[in-house]
Ligand binder design. Structure first.
Ligand code: ATP
Ligand code: MG
Length: 569
């Protein structure tokens, strides 16, 4: 395409809300423009990249045996009532009424619609397994849309759904999608990790998030430096510590007056101790009942683990009233000795012997508390957040914590939707069974933004070839010089003939401006045609990523470019 005819508004201006490099560069490179909060238009350059990524997704989905469908965005409330989500989804679900006063919503995801479709058409085990996917717009009324298309309200997603006759087959479908995701993100040249994720009440380790490693990522993940263990922070298990039976004698427990001690730091200063010698007692309300949860002073409770452990529906920190009823003291002075609540403790307390904790009396703490002697723990469990350098739960190696962007998610749904919505089939012996489902999402715009997070420099985007909106940009140094113009015209024609996607920068601009734009929009190969080289029958080809310049005879340029491009496809 001739640059002079393109709708490619590059700019130096960066909106003040664009914190992330990818957001800034997508605007500066003329890929996207904001319409309103969390809602973006893709301009031609941006949309070309989107389509390339979608094509990779489509190929890998098809390769994995999935078939493409296209489901409606507008969905009737009845289906959501059937699944139970109409009540629970909250404000991310954009609801409205049509002219007949029927309640509808814009699809934030499509489990209901696909389950409805499949239950109406699939009747026997012979029609299973089925994996269906679509690439469709979703709407989620996100509370804090930000980072451009990374966390938008309207965004493109590839969502796939699998239907199987039993657990074993469902696992095969899951594995197929998992493998397809590995190929998709590898083909885009990304540094990523699949990490175990929490699957809530569904259980098992059947949820993986695909995380693109980036310091700007919103999520924290941990991984082992010795084995392949990786999990998101909410999910990461902490190994039960090896404890030697402590024979130490501990002095008798005693109360200490600790006025105006409000925090762990205050207490450490006051008693001249370390946070690891303190036990924090947090009172939670689990489905309305008090539970005292004990963790070491320097550890954090992982509420997701706690909730899964307690198998409760609602979990929150108890209010003052509940804390007082259980402990007899105000917030900050609860302790395990004499508390009227079920007591559960993190594994790390197993090795602790002589600890400091709240005294269940305002302005007092206890010291020389011995677990087992002074109070009893009802249960020990893994309840805390993993930390940097903790031992790996799988191999004992060292855990590293890093940041990532969740670009994809594979999830074993089990019968959550099929049961609620009665998606059943007749199995081999004529018995009615409920289908086992899985769901699999990839954020299209978010992945493209994540690619930019990993592939840019101070001058702009550096596209991996497979996603580049164009492969080559021809920059004639001065089009007023006839021989330069005709050499550029000729090369442009040759490249088009070979099917090489090319921008011909035929604008009447200074060459510096053209170079800056070429760098900004990230085209992998820039061909410069200038008077000096032309006089000796050559031109320059610059590799955007390495910066390497190759001087090539003009008549060999098209062939040269074809070879380097084909080698990366
Ligand atoms: P997050 O925790 O980031 O909100 P999610 O768990 O809600 O993500 P899923 O429901 O699993 O996301 O959706 C599948 C994929 O869709 C995500 O992995 C992500 O790539 C993409 N996605 C989700 N929400 C958004 C959004 N607001 N903007 C852009 N992409 C999104
Ligand atoms: Mg979300």
């Amino acid at each position: 395409m001739r640059y002079s005819q393109m709708f490619l508004p590059t700019t130096r201006e960066v909106p003040s809300d664009a914190e992330l490099v990818s957001h800034q560069l997508m605007i500066r490179a003329g890929m996207i423009r904001k319409l309103t909060s969390g809602v973006y238009s893709y301009l031609p350059l941006g949309y070309r990249v989107i389509r390339k990524f979608e094509q990779i997704v489509r190929e890998e989905m098809t390769h994995a045996g999935a078939e493409e469908v296209f489901l409606p965005i507008v969905q009737p409330s009845e289906l959501w009532q059937e699944s139970g989500r109409w009540l629970y989804y909250g404000k991310e679900l954009l609801r409205f009424r049509d002219r007949h006063d029927r309640e509808c919503c814009l699809g934030p995801t499509h489990e209901e619609v696909i389950t409805d479709l499949v239950r109406n058409e699939i009747k026997t085990y012979r029609q299973l397994p089925k994996i269906l996917f679509q690439i469709q717009t979703k709407f989620r009324d996100e509370i804090r849309p930000r980072f451009g298309v990374m966390r938008a309200r309207e965004f493109g997603m590839k969502d796939a759904y699998s239907f199987d006759e039993d657990e074993q087959h469902s696992e095969i479908s899951y594995k197929k999608m998992y493998d397809a995701y590995m190929r998709i993100f590898s083909r885009c040249g990304m540094r990523f990790r699949p990490v175990e994720a929490d699957s809530g009440s569904i259980g098992g380790s059947y949820s993986h998030e695909f995380m693109v490693m980036a310091d700007s990522g919103e999520d924290a993940v941990c991984y082992c430096s010795s084995c392949d263990y990786a999990a998101n922070l909410e999910k990461a298990e902490v190994a039960r510590p090896q404890v030697n039976e402590a024979a130490d004698t501990v002095e008798p427990m005693e109360e200490v007056y600790t006025p105006s001690v409000k925090s762990i730091e205050d207490l450490c200063r006051f008693l001249q101790i370390k946070p690891s010698e303190i036990v924090k007692t947090l009172v939670f309300s689990a489905d309305g009942r008090p539970v005292a949860v004990l963790v070491r002073g320097d550890h954090e409770i992982n509420e997701i683990k706690l909730k899964n452990y307690l198998h409760c529906n609602f979990l929150e920190l108890a209010d003052e009233e509940m804390i007082r009823a259980a402990s007899g003291a105000s917030k900050g002075f609860a302790g395990a000795v004499g508390i009227k609540a079920r007591i559960i403790a993190d594994y790390s307390l197993l090795g602790m012997n002589d600890v400091v904790m709240g005294a269940n009396r305002d302005d007092f703490h206890l010291r020389h508390v011995k677990i087992g002697r002074d109070f009893r723990v009802d249960e020990f469990a893994d309840l805390r957040m993993i930390r940097q350098d903790d031992p790996c739960p799988k191999c004992g190696g060292k855990i590293t914590i890093a940041r990532g962007i969740e670009v994809g998610h594979v999830f074993k749904l089990g019968t959550k939707y099929s049961k609620a919505m009665k998606a059943v089939f007749l199995d081999r012996d004529g018995k009615e069974k409920t289908m086992i489902m899985g769901c699999y999402g990839i954020g299209i715009g978010r992945t493209v933004a994540a690619v930019i997070e990993q592939n840019h420099d101070e001058n702009g985007i550096i596209w991996p070839l497979v996603l580049a909106p164009y492969h080559v940009i021809i920059v004639p140094v001065n089009l007023k010089e006839k021989n330069i113009a005709s050499a550029a015209d000729k090369l442009y024609g040759q490249l088009l003939e070979r099917g090489i996607e090319t921008i011909y920068d035929d604008r009447d601009e200074r060459v510096g401006v053209k170079f800056n734009d070429a760098d900004l929009i990230g085209i992998p190969y820039r061909v410069t045609i200038g008077p000096k080289r032309l006089a000796e029958g050559t031109l320059e080809i610059k590799d955007r990523r390495s910066g390497e310049v190759t001087v090539v005879p003009i008549e060999r340029a098209a062939g040269f470019l074809q070879t380097v491009i084909d080698s990366q496809k």
